[in-house]
Design a protein around this ligand. Structure first.
Ligand code: MF3
Ligand code: CO
Ligand code: CO
Length: 280
């Protein structure tokens, strides 16, 4: 942890300035830009694996992401975003998303989502994964596998001609089949040279509804899945979202692009560290 990272307010910077209402279509250069930014984010998340254990302070993860970005010609997109002061989000146990990487230390059995967005050559790679400190408990392992598979089922619907609603429908159907709930207060988003662009990628919905997916669209798929009820509440810091019933929550996120015949995932782990409990 570098002292200079503590209590130095980050200046807000202009955000999402090029957000549009229409869904942008991107060409090969954009896909190459996303491939590089996505790979960098994925390598950063691979590096986080070595860090997460019992006793790790969340601020150490933040410091690692800051250093990784500085060493790889990248900028963490969350720094200063709408006043957010950290290089990543760290959401532990019943925290659903946007947890602060503060001085809190991980304890044995904690699960944590680390969400990193690196801007590299103007392109945004946005991805998150679950990690475990110490011994992974059975219920947590089950939730993590369900959340990962829910995201993958959503991603697998993506191809030209499919509808936006197909993604959320697949996520919701899978999660419910495992008696888990889907958080409705947050969604995926268009991405590219803008952090949060249209369209919203809802994690629930009806198959065959919504805009048609077309080659060249780029967005995130990032469902949040709870063991208990779907309801969330915001803490007084106005960022941290937690499950109302204190049940465990898990999330995964990939940045993806629609190709001529399917989908390309830009943020796959180079080391195959997809999710704890998933054998390589
Ligand atoms: N990375 C998050 C996402 O997936 C956004 C975090 S915004 C922050 O969209 F300000 F909370 F960091
Ligand atoms: Co995102
Ligand atoms: Co993210």
């Amino acid at each position: 942890m570098k002292d200079s990272y503590i209590n130095v307010p980050v200046a807000p910077r202009p955000q999402d300035a090029h957000r549009t209402e229409s869904i942008k279509l991107y060409g090969p250069d954009a896909f190459e830009g996303m491939r590089r930014a996505g790979a960098l984010t994925a390598r950063c998340l691979d590096g986080v694996s070595d860090l997460v254990r019992e006793g790790t302070a969340l601020s150490e993860i933040n410091a690692f992401v800051l250093d990784f970005a500085a060493d790889h010609d990248a900028t963490p997109a969350t720094l200063g975003y709408k006043g957010y002061q950290y290089a990543c989000c760290t959401s532990v146990n019943h925290v659903v998303c946007h947890g602060f990487p503060n001085e809190k230390k991980l304890r044995d059995g904690d699960i944590v989502n680390v969400d990193v967005t690196l801007i590299h050559n103007g392109w945004y790679g946005d991805s998150s994964r679950m990690y475990v400190a110490g011994k992974l408990k059975r219920t947590a392992e089950r939730l993590i596998q369900i959340a990962h598979e829910a995201m993958m089922q959503g991603i697998r619907t993506v191809r030209p001609g499919a509808r936006l609603g197909d993604i959320g429908h697949a996520i919701q159907t899978y999660a419910h089949s495992k008696r888990c709930s889907v958080v409705r207060d947050f969604c995926g988003h268009g991405i590219g040279q803008v952090f949060h662009d249209s369209p919203n990628i809802l994690n629930f919905g009806r198959a065959g509804t919504g805009p048609e997916l077309r080659e060249g669209m780029i967005f995130t798929v990032e469902p949040m899945i709870n063991l208990g009820r779907a309801d969330v509440k915001m803490l007084a810091d106005d960022w941290t979202a937690v499950t109302r019933d204190k049940s465990l929550s898990a999330q995964f996120e990939h940045s993806v692009g629609v190709t001529s015949d399917g989908v390309e995932i830009f943020t796959l782990s180079p080391l195959g560290l997809h999710a704890p409990g998933i054998e390589l």
